[in-house]
Design a protein around this ligand. Sequence first.
Ligand SMILES: [Zn+2]
Length: 334
Amino acid sequence: MIIKEFPPFEGIHAIVLPLTGFGDLITSNMFVLGSGPVTLIDTGPKYPGALDFFRDGLNKAGFDFSDVERIIITHGHIDHFGLASEIIRSAGHPIPCHLHKNDAWRTLSGYIRKGYWSEESSVFTRMAGMPEKAIVRMERRSAFFKNFCDPLDEALPLEDGDTFTGDGFSLKTIHTPGHSPGSCCLYEEKEKILFTGDHIIKHITPNPITEVHKSFLGDPSYKSLLAYEKSLGKVEDLDVRFAFSGHGEYIDNLKALISRYRSHHEKRKLQIVESLTDGARPVYDLVEDLFPDLPDNEIFLAISEVFSHLEVLIEEGRVVLDHNGPPALFRAVV
Ligand SMILES: [Zn+2]
């Protein structure tokens, strides 16, 4: 075990898969609820040895693949649904998988086959001022991700307010867009546990990833950080004893963590405004200033972080779009 063990609750078992090569994520956490049949929250990625690891975790909790009757996926990223199809195959019976419609397109064969890249991704990276060579490298790298999942073509919709009950638990769905447009948390009222997916993570500030695929979204005006901040408000007043997130350790002081996130966003916004006071600049320039020597695999997340803060700063009237581009140029309002 590389992180502190999750506090024990009857009928709630954490299966903590250690991860390497996934940045700072440390672990992929899956949660098994009930006394059989069981509900699974998130599946982890299709990572070498992950299926066996999951089976061992299930066995330790007293279950087998065939006991899994339902899978709830907090959001449509590979490290949360990647193993779902293999689990279903191993169970030998159909298992309904629930996923919010704003993320449902991410798990479909058609999208995955294209290597998680589209014309919209190219348009966005060019708009950000990323050099063409780096764009090509990023597109290649993106295609590599399809190795970590099997498509999930038949997910059932998961909606705000949906409740899932089983032996000894009741989970209420809270739609918390921001990290992705379809991100959801699940609140278990009896034990006061909030399953947060990647909305809340203890050891990192979750990235409100810019959604470049506006054409897939119901709301083309979606802005990730604005949505994320609103979603923090949706969970901060809940009576939460522990938050169990998709990566890393459990959280025992949710409110304090949320206020740390807010200060982090404010600090980042100030840094960006300061870098834009001497003239208009593209997003990629700001990324190079803020995150020097960034490895290739983190560039998109960095662009996304800067852009999502720019969207909020524009909304607040502190930054303006000076030139449409590409690359788009932004400047501070002085
Ligand atoms: Zn994740």
